[in-house]
Design a protein around this ligand. Structure first.
Ligand SMILES: NC(=O)c1ccc[n+]([C@@H]2O[C@H](COP(=O)([O-])OP(=O)(O)OC[C@H]3O[C@@H](n4cnc5c(N)ncnc54)[C@H](OP(=O)(O)O)[C@@H]3O)[C@@H](O)[C@H]2O)c1
Length: 297
């Protein structure tokens, strides 16, 4: 049912304020507004329900909401790329086409898509929404020491502005059209709390962190993510690059057990994890996310 899926996607863009002439009106048979909240119409066809339920919590928070969603696509043995850093080629990628479509949808729903310098160096992505209707987000690249050459696509492709986050001791002028954002250092790298504040001050409050493992892990460990999305692909990568890198848990009881929402994407499974929800089995001790808590669903 392509038409209904298109209608559902257009409605989501409208609710999030990203559609052309965006309006947040109910869509008969798909979405309705009750008690000031959006909900999926009980009669919505199964083919649209997953689409609506996955993205509604993000768009329903509105255009002024603050959220930061990290995504990693990984093999069953927890790798996001081969040891040499290959996560996609002309013929294959870690996750399948439906998950790639999801990445483009997430880009369309955020104000900025953020990646680390390693992802630009290895994958040379464009980070645009060319597979789905919706606006291109601002591209944010963490390149604290400016190791990236300026011929990467995010610096050449004119479809969206690119902001490069550098250490505040960096003196060199910008190369090409990308703007520089100077961020103070701490012992672990750039001060991520100050980075988030600086992005929010520019109106970049809804962030999609698309990789790689180092960048998502650092944001997770700093308590800067509101959601984590892990897509598991039926793939085994021998001695590859790890995904999340977390501090050691001394006891199994210290492990963080989250309540997932699980979505099938072709042969892959997406785990969508709300990091502010009470963990499975108790109050838990995870620090709440530091950004815009009161605005989150
Ligand atoms: N499967 C997937 O979902 C997926 C997604 C994206 C990428 N990938 C793959 O993952 C690999 C790249 O990932 P990666 O983990 O190696 O690198 P990455 O996260 O893309 O980039 C890491 C680099 O970004 C900079 N950085 C990130 N956070 C920082 C912070 N808080 N403070 C200062 N600098 C920070 C640092 O640059 P400096 O090193 O210059 O200090 C750091 O080494 C590639 O092989 C790519 O193909 C896979």
């Amino acid at each position: 049912m392509p038409d209904l899926t298109d209608a559902a996607w257009a409605a989501l863009l409208g609710i999030g304020g990203q559609g052309a002439g965006a309006s947040a009106t109910a869509v008969p048979g798909l979405l309705r507004r009750r008690g000031g909240c959006w909900e999926i119409h009980p009669g919505a066809p199964a083919g649209c329900r997953d689409l609506l339920s996955l993205y509604l919590p993000l768009v329903a928070a509105g255009p002024d909401a603050c959220w930061a969603v990290g995504h990693l696509g990984q093999s069953l043995n927890g790798c996001i790329a081969t040891r040499d850093g290959e996560s996609r080629s002309a013929t294959c990628s870690v996750t399948g086409q439906e998950n790639i479509l999801h990445l483009h949808r997430m880009r369309a729903l955020c104000d900025a898509v953020l990646v680390g310098a390693g992802t630009i160096a290895h994958d040379d992505p464009r980070l645009t929404t060319r597979l789905v209707p919706g606006p291109n987000p601002v591209r944010v690249v963490l390149d604290p020491r400016r190791r990236l050459a300026h011929d990467h696509l995010v610096f050449r492709d004119p479809m969206a502005p690119t902001l490069v986050c550098v250490g505040d001791d960096e003196q060199r002028p910008p190369l090409g059209p990308a703007e520089l954002l100077a961020v103070p250092w701490d012992a672990d790298g750039l001060r991520l709390d100050l980075l988030m504040e600086a992005l929010a001050a520019r109106g970049l409050r809804r962030l999609f962190i698309e990789g790689g493992g180092v960048t998502v892990s650092r944001l997770f460990n700093a308590g800067c993510l509101t959601r984590l999305q892990i897509t598991l692909a039926p793939l085994l990568i021998g001695r590859g690059r790890p995904g999340l890198d977390l501090p050691r848990a001394e006891r199994l009881a210290d492990a963080l057990r989250l309540r997932p929402r699980i979505y099938r994407m072709g042969a892959d499974l997406l785990y969508d994890l709300d990091l502010n929800a009470v963990p499975e089995g108790g109050e838990g001790e995870r620090k709440p996310c530091k950004i815009g808590l009161e605005r989150l669903l």
